[in-house]
Design a protein around this ligand. Structure first.
Ligand SMILES: *Cc1c(COP(=O)(O)O)cnc(C)c1O
Length: 452
């Protein structure tokens, strides 16, 4: 019985003669179709061997087709972010401005002057592109762009402090998420971590005591995604920098988010800016391109010319260098700051700047179009390891649902998927992070999800 069932399974060659196959080959290419048929046959064979009845030929083909679809459906897909988290690391952090998108497209579609100097007609430097803009914006002597900020910190410590002591406060030994832990990055760089202070408090004298033995630098790391409250204290940045300089060593600041504009304008806590860190005496400042800068994933180092030159020469710099798409997007994003049009042009600043009233109008419009739901008060968050606990007042569309989890799951299956959240058994959507051009698709997904 089993054997005869196995023998009656068609061969790949027989299946290739089936009616829809020539069409599939056109659509998916022959090698992939053959693979799918083989795998469908193998699974039918093992089903028969485990005692299940032989599936009809159409279901074999169906199985193969599902495999083809599954293999080719991209896993990296655009989504509608209705979570209200502006810099959502899991959803790709900062959407790019129109100009940054155009710059990426142009750099990607053809050849470009990535490392080519047009006037002399000879080899140029890829680091030239964003660096002049960064220097002008921050007032630093020099700049370097690498793949991300984790790489920037690793590179700086490796180039400047390998086998040497690096002093860091216990208040700053943070895990940022995604496996970035300050102590582990330091260990990886070969620098020797010297912890000072306590978890909640560090004094200038703690740093001073650690300087009794020679060190390469004092590292300051932004505590990013957490906040110590209660009995706390830390010396001001300029005091630590001055102490480092008295001892003849460097002061390096890992700013994390690296805002170029003041977040306090929007009722948020003040996030230290790159310019402030440099003014306080940092010799080197590291920050991300895709956090509060609102650009592509990048790690940016700005600071003293001799330090940047040393870092550039380190072999690791080559391994973590930025690519042309990153440099194109970053340069275009920086231009928005230079032209003082960041709030208008850079999506994350536009999102942050929206007023509760504007957000309420959008949410009300959605409720009206759906014929259900109500507008309630809520809070959006900045995210991206910046401004922990800081929220922005928003207005949410609240949808009552008997099974809110089922509605969320249906929204995630929409095309494009919609990311919403639940509070008090209601499905909540924050207009702040929904791009205006996504609203039609959002409403369509909501209608379908609510209809069940
Ligand atoms: C986010 C962050 C990093 C890592 O930056 P990526 O660009 O995500 O690699 C490093 N340090 C601090 C303080 C951060 O906030």
């Amino acid at each position: 019985m089993e054997m005869s069932d196995l023998r009656s399974l068609p061969s790949v060659d027989q299946l290739l003669q089936a009616e829809p196959i020539s069409h599939w080959i056109e659509q998916f290419g022959r090698p992939l179709v053959v693979d799918a048929l083989r795998e469908a046959l193998a699974s039918a064979r093992s089903a028969v061997q485990s005692g299940r009845p032989l599936a009809p030929r159409v279901s074999l083909l169906e199985n193969a087709h599902q495999r083809l679809e599954a293999w080719l459906t991209p896993t990296l897909r655009p989504v509608i972010n209705a979570s209200g988290v502006v810099l959502h690391t899991n959803l790709g952090r900062a959407p790019l401005s129109r100009a940054a998108l155009d710059a990426v497209q142009q750099a990607a579609a053809g050849y470009c002057t990535l490392e080519y100097e047009l006037v002399r007609g000879s080899r140029g430097s890829r680091s030239a592109h964003a660096e002049a803009l960064l220097i002008r914006l921050t007032g630093a002597q020099a700049a370097l762009v690498v793949n991300n900020n984790a790489a920037a910190v690793l590179l700086a410590l490796t180039a400047l402090a390998r086998r040497k002591r690096v002093i860091v406060s216990r208040t700053q030994l943070v895990e940022i998420g995604g496996g970035f832990r300050v102590p582990e990055v330091m260990a990886q760089s070969g620098a020797r971590l010297v912890e000072v202070g306590a978890t909640n408090r560090v004094h200038l004298s703690d740093y001073q005591n650690a300087l009794a033995e020679p060190a390469a630098l004092i590292l300051h790391a932004h505590s990013s995604n957490f906040r110590i409250i209660g009995f706390t204290s830390e010396p001001a940045l300029n005091e630590i920098a001055a102490l480092a300089h008295q001892a003849g060593i460097l002061f390096v600041d890992d700013l994390g988010s690296g805002a170029l504009r003041d977040t306090a304008r929007y009722g948020l806590a003040h996030e230290p800016t790159v310019q402030e860190s440099l003014a306080a005496g940092s010799d080197l400042v590291c920050f991300s391109g895709d956090k509060l800068l609102g650009g592509p994933q990048a790690g940016i180092l700005v600071g003293q010319a001799d330090l940047i030159a040393r870092i550039k020469k380190h072999p690791l710099a080559r391994a973590v260098r930025a690519d042309k798409l990153c440099l194109a997007a970053l340069s275009a994003t920086l231009v928005h700051y230079l032209k003082d049009e960041a709030e208008r042009e850079i999506p994350i600043w536009r999102f942050i700047a929206q007023t509760p009233q504007q957000l309420g109008e959008r949410a009300a419009r959605w409720a009206a179009e759906l014929g259900q739901g109500e507008v309630i008060e809520g809070r959006s968050t900045v995210g991206g390891g910046s401004l922990p606990e800081e929220t922005l007042p928003t207005r949410l569309l609240a949808l009552p649902a008997r099974q809110p989890n089922a509605v969320l799951a249906r929204l995630r299956r929409a095309d494009p998927p919609v990311i919403a959240y639940i509070e008090n058994d209601r499905v909540l959507l924050d207009p702040r992070t929904v791009l205006p051009e996504q609203e039609t698709a959002l409403l369509e997904a909501l209608r379908a999800a609510l209809a069940g």
